[in-house]
Each structure stands twice: as structure tokens, then as C-alpha cells.
Design a protein around this ligand. Structure first.
Ligand code: DQA
Length: 137
């Protein structure tokens, strides 16, 4: 089993950014715990603030690994290009959000990605990523 977590824009600021919404743990810290908890998932992690880098990463791994877990951040609500990248690869992709986007501003209610993903986990804080990993096991 090999799974890649992709985090999109501004998620490098987790632990420092809007703590009341996203919590006070950095993703690096959370990811170390997650890797230790699921050694057989062979978890790896990629973060970028750039739409093109995210697309390149999906292309690069999406025909080889067992699954992608993606939190595309704000690109979720804007990017047909990331949607097409997900639709174009063969591995299953699970969409994740830390916050419950449906309980927030209306512009966060639409996801261009959900329809081409295997499933969506949202609203459970950082635990959303763990639940997404569980879905592959
Ligand atoms: C987010 C929700 C998005 O609306 C926002 O732009 C993010 C984070 C989440 O994980 O809750 O950057 O994807």
C-alpha cells in the first residue's frame, strides 16, 4: 500500500493560520503521528501553493500508487484543472477538508473535485486525514 497526501495553498501555515478554524497543530507534527500510526499505509506528503505543481504531482503518482488524499484548499472551489487531473489518473482520490466547508461561506460550498473523487471527508479537523487513510485500509 502506498498513499500520498497532497495539501494545497496556505495549508503550509497549519498551526499558525486561523487557529479557531484549523487548530494549532502543524501538519508536519500531525503527519509524523499519522505515519507512526499507519506504517503499512506507506504515507508520503506533498504540499504546494501552486496549482500547476499540484497537477504535476497528481500526474506523476496517479498511475502508480494506491491512492491520493487531497486537500486542495481554496483550489477546491476554483480549479477545473485539478478536477481534470484527478479524473485523468487511475488511482482513487479522496477529498479532505479540515473544516466543515458547508457550514462556512457560500463560496466554499461548491467543490469542483468531489464528483471525480471516490469520497469526501470533511469537518473533523485534522482527523479528517486519518479517516481518509482508514477508507483505503
Ligand atoms: C479547507 C477549506 C477551504 O475552503 C479553504 O480554502 C482551505 C482549507 C479545509 O481544509 O477546511 O484552505 O480546504
Amino acid at each position: 500500500m502506498a498513499l500520498l497526501i497532497i495539501n494545497g495553498p496556505n495549508l503550509n501555515l497549519l498551526g499558525r493560520r486561523e487557529k479557531s478554524i484549523y487548530g494549532d497543530q502543524s501538519f508536519d507534527e500531525y503527519f509524523a503521528d499519522l505515519k507512526a500510526k499507519y506504517p503499512h499505509a506507506n504515507l508520503s506528503y506533498f504540499q504546494s501553493n501552486s496549482e500547476s505543481e499540484i497537477i504535476e504531482k497528481i500526474h506523476g503518482v496517479g498511475f502508480e500508487i494506491d491512492g491520493i488524499i487531497i486537500n486542495a484548499g481554496a483550489f477546491t472551489h476554483t480549479s477545473i484543472a485539478i478536477r481534470d487531473a484527478i479524473a485523468g489518473v487511475t488511482c482513487p482520490v479522496v477529498e479532505v477538508h479540515i473544516s466543515n466547508v458547508h457550514a462556512r461561506e457560500e463560496f466554499r460550498h461548491n467543490s469542483y473535485l468531489s464528483a471525480v473523487c471516490k469520497g469526501v471527508v470533511l469537518g473533523f479537523g485534522l482527523d479528517s486525514y486519518r479517516l481518509a487513510v482508514e477508507s483505503f485500509l
